[in-house]
Design a protein around this ligand. Structure first.
Ligand code: ZN
Ligand code: ZN
Length: 559
């Protein structure tokens, strides 16, 4: 079956398997209708609800200024319409914050979204989605970390600075998608690594740098597609002495040395082969960066999942369609589902909750519809308590009402998001210009002006000569790219010094954007295997110059 997207006008297919899912999810009310938007526009709509900036904002209850994923302007002058109220963790968790007091009756004369957001905009939101962290005030959407700084999506980590999506790791700096690793810098997709620098897609590697698509390598430099090798440079064996000499030249603390090494690696990669996609122990699946998956289609950055489609950044999940971030079962159109979500539909941040539809920010709830900010509740609609029978009866009638208004099965519209579009992950994955955003009737947040007239690139080149880190961490620098002011934190300075790394010349936010660029697109296109000519799906763009290989041909290269 083919559909035409109501926004983009693009055609998209709906398979029999999709139809079975749409019938099964919310089966007790007759399922959800087939989507009216193409997968791309559906993704945009969800991501527009997830902030990407790390900001400082006041708690609306106690006034404390804390790190937040909501910019300070929202809900205040110029952005009153977002109607955002935010509580710090302590105030959000406090007994006296009971969101049932915002409860109201459903009005069948009006559309659902209008009523829901009239209420939800008054219910306080958790300011950062960060809890149980120690000495880590400047992180968002992170849990159980110690001594971490300027991170997003970080769990069970120590001493990590600047990055996104790091778990169970220690001493990782300027990296993205890292798990179970220790000492790392400039990593993109690394697992079980130790002391690895400037590398991409590396598993079980140690004491190495400038690796691409390597597994089980030790003491390797400028290598690609190697398996279980030791003392290699440019994919050729070298002596221990030669390896150590080259290493010392690169990691001497001078920026020019590291930049030369980056150029050398980029040159080397031009002649290397690349797998069309990174699909590890994966069956009947499509997308990129999938591991231990079965029947996971059109998905990215997914591990240990089964029977999912149009998902990204989820793990240990099954029966999910259109879900970005985290974990659960029987989920549809959610962003930040779970942890341990079950039967969540069109919801965000419903922790440990099941059978919750059109809900925001819940803790351990069941059987809720159109609720926000509730903890340990059951059988509520628009934050009002009902008996079990009343609940199921009213829910069924509201779903029918929403079928008539065209709202049922649709995620929260972007115009109700508290965020201006350009400060959300939507701008990262589905970028639009200011004119396009305003033209679609959405909000845009103008950035503070860059510092003009001050000298740039004043960060010293030879870091080894800096003795007093305390004094140095007080100094203000101007970002060589954005022109914004920034400082170094002492912990990062120590890390650079210990591993012979130069000081970055750009602000942390610019570094983070640079990391994302390495991760490539989250969109498949067809291309031809450079060796056998078979048609394969890849996320490499049209302009990618390297050799792209199908799985069969790639395996011949690495083994
Ligand atoms: Zn507070
Ligand atoms: Zn091939």
């Amino acid at each position: 079956m083919e559909r035409v997207c109501a926004v983009s006008g693009q055609k998209f297919e709906i398979t029999d398997e999709d139809l079975r899912f749409y019938e099964k999810i919310a089966g007790e009310v007759g399922g959800v209708p087939v989507p009216s938007l193409c997968p791309n526009e559906r993704g945009r709509r969800r991501w527009a609800w997830r902030g990407k900036e790390l900001c400082m904002r006041d708690c609306d209850k106690c006034g404390e200024n804390v790190m937040s994923w909501f910019p300070p302007e929202l809900g205040r002058a110029g952005f009153e319409s977002a109607g955002l109220v935010t509580y710090c963790d302590e105030c959000f968790r406090a007994e006296e914050f009971d969101a049932l007091e915002y409860g109201r009756e459903f009005d069948f004369e009006r559309p659902f979204f209008e009523q829901f957001f009239e209420m939800a905009r008054q219910v306080p939101r958790h300011i950062s989605n960060s809890i149980n962290n120690v000495n880590s005030e400047y992180i968002i959407s992170s849990h159980r970390n110690k001594n971490c700084y300027f991170m997003d999506e970080l769990d069970y980590c120590w001493d990590c600075y600047f990055g996104y999506n790091i778990q169970h790791s220690k001493n990782i700096v300027e990296s993205i998608f890292v798990r179970d690793s220790e000492i790392g810098y400039d990593l993109a997709k690394a697992e079980n690594c130790y002391a690895v620098f400037c590398s991409h897609n590396v598993f079980h590697c140690s004491d190495s740098a400038f690796l691409m698509n390597c597994r089980g390598c030790k003491k390797c430099l400028f290598c690609a597609n190697l398996r279980q090798k030791e003392y290699h440079i440019l994919n050729r064996p070298v002596s221990k002495e030669e390896f150590e000499n080259v290493w010392k030249e690169i990691f001497c603390g001078r920026r020019s040395a590291l930049e030369d090494a980056r150029r050398r690696f980029a040159e080397f990669l031009k002649d290397q082969s690349f797998p069309a996609g990174i699909l590890i122990k994966t069956e009947e699946s499509s997308g990129n960066y999938l591991s231990n998956c079965k029947n996971v289609k059109d998905s990215y950055w997914v591990d240990n999942c089964k029977d999912c489609r149009y998902c990204t950044d989820i793990h240990f999940s099954r029966d999910c369609y259109d879900v970005n971030i985290y974990e659960g079962e029987m989920l549809y159109e959610c962003i930040h589902a779970g942890p341990k979500g079950y039967g969540q539909i069109c919801s965000q941040l419903a922790w440990f909750s099941s059978d919750v539809w059109y809900c925001l920010e819940l803790r351990s709830c069941r059987d809720l519809f159109g609720c926000a900010g509730l903890k340990n509740q059951q059988y509520c609609i628009l934050n009002r308590q009902y008996s079990k029978d009343e609940y199921f009866d009213l829910r069924a009638r509201i779903v029918e009402h929403m079928r008539e208004t065209g709202e049922w099965g649709e995620f929260f519209p972007i115009e109700y998001s508290p965020y201006p579009y350009n400060v959300t992950m939507a701008q990262r994955f589905h970028p639009l210009s200011r004119e396009e955003v305003v033209g679609r009737g959405w909000k845009w947040l103008d950035e503070e002006d860059a510092v003009v007239g001050e000298s740039r690139g004043e960060v010293p080149d030879d870091f080894g000569s800096i003795e007093d880190l305390d004094e140095f961490s007080q100094r203000v620098f101007v970002c060589a790219e954005s022109g914004k002011k920034f400082k170094f934190v002492k912990a990062e300075l120590k890390f650079y010094k210990q591993y012979g790394l130069p000081l970055p010349v750009v602000a942390p936010t610019v570094r983070i954007e640079g990391m994302w660029k390495k991760m490539g697109e989250r969109r498949l296109r067809e291309c031809v295997c450079s060796d056998c000519g078979e048609v394969v799906s890849t996320t490499f763009g049209e302009d990618f110059e390297g050799k792209i290989l199908c799985e069969k041909c790639y395996l011949k290269v690495v083994w």
